[in-house]
Design a protein around this ligand. Sequence first.
Ligand code: SF4
Ligand code: SF4
Length: 408
Amino acid sequence: MLHSIPTIPDDTRQSLMATAVSSCVHCGFCLPACPTYRVLGEEMDAPRGRIVLMKEVLEGTLPLDEAAPHLDRCLGCLACETACPSGVRYRDLIEPMRERLLERRPGPARTAGALLVRVMASPGAFRVAAALGSGMKAARALLPESLGAMLDLVPARLSAPTSFPRFTPAAGRRRGRVALMTGCVQHVLRPSITEAAIALLTRNGVDVIVPPGQGCCGALALHAGHHELGTSMAAAHAARFPTEVDALVTTAAGCGSSMTSTHTAGAPVVDATEYLDGLGLVAPMRLAPPAPVAYQDACHLAHAQQVMAAPRRLLGAVDGLTLVPLADAGLCCGSAGLYNLEQPGIAAELGRLKAATLVASGATRVVTANIGCLTQMQSALDAAGHVLEVQHILELLAMSSSSPAARG
Ligand code: SF4
Ligand code: SF4
């Protein structure tokens, strides 16, 4: 796409934005992959339209306020990147643009957003907020829709505070040594994901180090446009991890995607599914009773990190598990950082669409690789009255490898 975006000396991000615009050939292949286009059917709520809007903002011919509603509706799922035959790096455009979108908001709204991010990023503070949220569920009908939508994602009962061993040795012959991230929201809402990761890794011969006091990797803040806050969180998070390990293993796709660009020194950041797939599983796995299982891609694993085959290969190695095809597995479920709070209508509609495809797949279990997707899908299924359990893929794999049947 031709453009007249001004060059700013030494501004790498501006030049990356210009490159993304110029590599778009306006073909429209990305449109059907875009969740907001699927829901709203508007060109300006599709990747191609948004690229034109951002180009005009950068050229100075369109006020940011006019583009903002369409850009605010973007989930940042990056399905458009996977669909694009021209290799447009849409993330290079939308991520810096989010900062400009945030800057135009009134000061109190920015402060409130930063405070919300800080609360979610601190397991202690988030636990208190989540407990309050659990208690307010009964009053959901009286609350604004955006707040109600967030409450839907909070479980009725929180699990007890959990701490993880700082070091768990490999079972049997040592085949690797990793540092494991615990996440902030995930640590409170579903500590069983980290427990499953430790179990699976150690059973397959990997020493697992869990650095204490990890806090947040900064992904939430960066996704919301709080660049300074996000980068300082990311730096503090990175400093907690040892470098003398094979990998820094993540169990949340959103965190992993962000950390691949913020944790630039030390061991490589690798999703647990990719690490285990590369290592090769030695612990046998059997699902009892046998069940059809659907795998829903987490956008930040599939589209941002291009990890799609590894989780499916791991599931394919479980005896008794039939991996059933899922229509539109690459389409976002509507969970993206604070999206439920900011765009509750679109998030709910995407949740409804996803619940319908999950049910139509015939699966009796659903797995994914991100806590946000997991809670969004479970909430949508529950709201539609479907009895279908959603798990993290590591939970199902760990459960299968520890079952008495598997140990034979
Ligand atoms: S990131 Fe997702 S929501 Fe945003 S334009 Fe791309 S496909 Fe659409
Ligand atoms: S698929 Fe790629 S090149 Fe085609 S319109 Fe979308 S972003 Fe542009």
